[in-house]
Ligand binder design. Sequence first.
Ligand code: NDP
Length: 311
Amino acid sequence: MALLIETGMTGWISNEDLARDIGKSAPDLDLRTPENLGNPAEITMMAVANLNTDRMRGLPNLKLIQKLGAGVETIVHNPALPDHIRVTRLKPDAPAQGIAEWFLAYILRHQRHMAFHQAAQSRSEWVSKAPVYSPDTVVGVLGLGHIGSRTATMLNMIGFQVMGWSRSLKQIQGVTCLHGADALPQLLSQCDHICAILPSTPDTTGLFDARMLAQMKPGSQLLNAGRGDLIDEAALIAALDQGTPGHAVLDVTSKEPLPADSPLWQHPSVTITPHVSGWFLGDALTDVIENFRRLTAGTDLLHEVDRARGY
Ligand code: NDP
């Protein structure tokens, strides 16, 4: 039984470096890389950031695909994925903390008028503008899973009024939790900032269309760190032009990298960050090792994805 490391991603850690890091913590593991594949029939698990479908097809005894991250939509919706192959993801603290901080940073930028003061400074002008008081500010967090619950809790501790939304009802101290599709318009209409951290599924794709964007509070801010396909980008630009919402902060876009000719780049009410909100993997590699051991032993896997549900 062997574990194949094939990130399928350039500009990130190389397969060899990742295999070396894993090998340091687990020298007994039979680790393979595409350059050192050996007998494909011996490979039972693949660790990937982007799944190489041709490679998967060439591994007759593959049982588990471990995503080196959280979003699994390109794996579970891959039509070539055989029914018997299980999928696991990672749930490290580091990206959850990082994404919560990313939301907080862009909410505070707005509350404290940072762009306004920077522009005034560039003109050597001393111009006062009252900050927005956090306890008077309502923030909605869409998705209350591993990352969203952390975000909602952090924002509540800082003093914002926090509302949360998920598929099933949650209980999070200090957070007003709503659930189900019918509750979303009510939440949107009350929030000054919406922090979206939802997976990409058939139910969430295109959820923020013209109709849903129109439910938002005029002048509010929409922040998305989940997946870009949540938002109909043409509808967003039209909505921003009308002032509802007033600003969008996007760490994810429907096409990544965002094409140079996308109107989002130059829109005055849009801020783009290039999928950097959850940068750090932290100590997640230990879960990759643990899942290989569990697969081999035939015990429950860590963070197994419900393939039918899509996350
Ligand atoms: P989880 O699976 O832990 O949580 C997902 C949450 O979304 C759950 O609360 C779930 O509800 C909710 N949800 C799913 N579908 C719906 C729906 N139709 N209506 C309402 N709520 C819904 O995922 P994570 O928090 O770990 O991550 C969320 C997403 O963030 C990932 O799927 C990934 O795409 C993205 N991500 C982005 C990163 C970045 O760098 N920008 C880094 C990491 C992740 P319920 O609890 O009821 O099931």
